[in-house]
Ligand binder design. Structure first.
Ligand code: GLV
Ligand code: GLV
Length: 337
């Protein structure tokens, strides 16, 4: 019999067809919020799984599972996976790096520009029928300039570098803060200068967050950090909810201590802080930064590649291309009692 694979959310039919060449595929036909109990039950009956960012795969979900060999995450961030528990259980985990870098970098710019130029608020006003008869003034809807300003990037991986490279077209000065300095060649390509986090907060007109969500990065931007930023500054979060203290951000935006924000991710999403929802100077979107046709397709195919290879099939058999814990493969499957 073919190995079994569970796909936790609807995927492109052609990607499911690729999986079905090798596996007996159980793919969810509609989106669910899977409970821990349902995840546990589903994962107990399969050899591999493709999961989404809302699926929390932890020790409790894996408890007693002796069959599962691979979990492929549909996303580059994998804070929904307990990597230690997966590794302990001898299960390969993978994510979808690189294929989404350019789409996410594009989207960071969409949020920057929309927040600066009040695109969402203006559209709400227009759609509400307020333009005719409004006698809109020459000095209404004034936004903030983007060109020639200073862009700051917190977390300078490949997505951050993509955002920085685009800044050249806007004649911006680019500052970044990162755990380690980029190679000189990359710095030159991005025309980006390393500064301390404090300098970054104080100097930039636009701050884009591209950090992974780790316990240390929780509330990396909270009230003390927001207080150090210029009142004319714009904050963009395309990384993860929880990196920003959303309650503190709402206060700063309401009190004019920060000009605007562009947010694609939220603490406790899909719930969004009620005060953010009420603010006109926040541009909000439902975690869609990687959502271009080409990119989402590439992410789905990469997740499929990982499952196919980890279960010993295809050209890359035994070598899942973007495994997060490849040591599990070196250990072999013999330890799986
Ligand atoms: C999206 O948030 C991802 O991690 O890919
Ligand atoms: C942003 O919306 C601003 O113009 O302050």
């Amino acid at each position: 019999a073919k190995p079994k694979v569970w796909v936790s959310r609807p995927l492109f039919p052609d990607v499911l067809a690729r999986l079905a060449e090798y596996f007996d595929v159980d793919a969810e036909a509609v989106e669910h919020r899977h409970s821990a109990e349902r995840l546990k039950r589903k994962l107990a009956g399969v050899d591999g799984a493709v999961v989404g960012l809302a699926d929390r795969i932890d020790a409790a979900v894996l408890e007693g599972n002796t069959r599962l060999k691979v979990v492929a995450n549909l996303g580059v961030g994998y804070n929904n996976l307990d990597l230690e528990a997966l590794t302990r259980a001898g299960i390969v985990a993978s994510n979808t790096p690189d294929v989404l870098n350019e789409s996410v970098a594009d989207y960071a710019w969409a949020l920057m520009l929309a927040a600066a130029r009040r695109v969402s608020a203006a559209e709400r006003w227009l759609r509400a029928g307020q333009w005719p008869g409004s006698n809109m003034r020459f000095d209404d809807w004034l936004g903030l300039p983007v060109h020639g300003r200073t862009l700051g990037i917190l977390g300078m991986g490949r997505i951050g570098q993509g955002i920085a490279r685009r800044a050249a077209g806007f004649d911006m000065r680019v500052l970044y803060h990162n755990r380690s300095r980029l190679p000189e060649m990359v710095e030159r390509e991005c025309q980006a200068t390393l500064v301390s986090k404090d300098e970054l907060l104080r100097q930039v007109d636009y701050l884009v967050l591209v950090l992974p969500f780790t316990p240390e990065n929780r509330h990396a931007i909270g009230a003390p950090e927001l207080a150090r930023m210029k009142p004319s500054a714009v904050l963009v979060n395309i990384a993860r909810g929880g990196i920003v203290d959303d309650a503190a951000l709402a206060v700063a935006l309401r009190e004019g201590k920060l000009a605007a924000a562009g947010l694609d991710v939220f603490e406790g999403e899909p719930a969004v802080h009620a005060e953010l929802l009420a603010l006109d100077n926040a541009v909000l979107s439902p975690h869609i930064a990687s959502a271009s046709e080409e990119t989402r397709r590439a992410m789905a195919n990469l997740a499929a590649d990982n499952v196919i290879a980890a279960l010993g099939f295809g050209e890359g058999a035994g070598k899942p291309p973007t495994a997060l814990n490849p040591a599990v493969l070196a250990r072999g499957s013999a330890h799986k009692a």
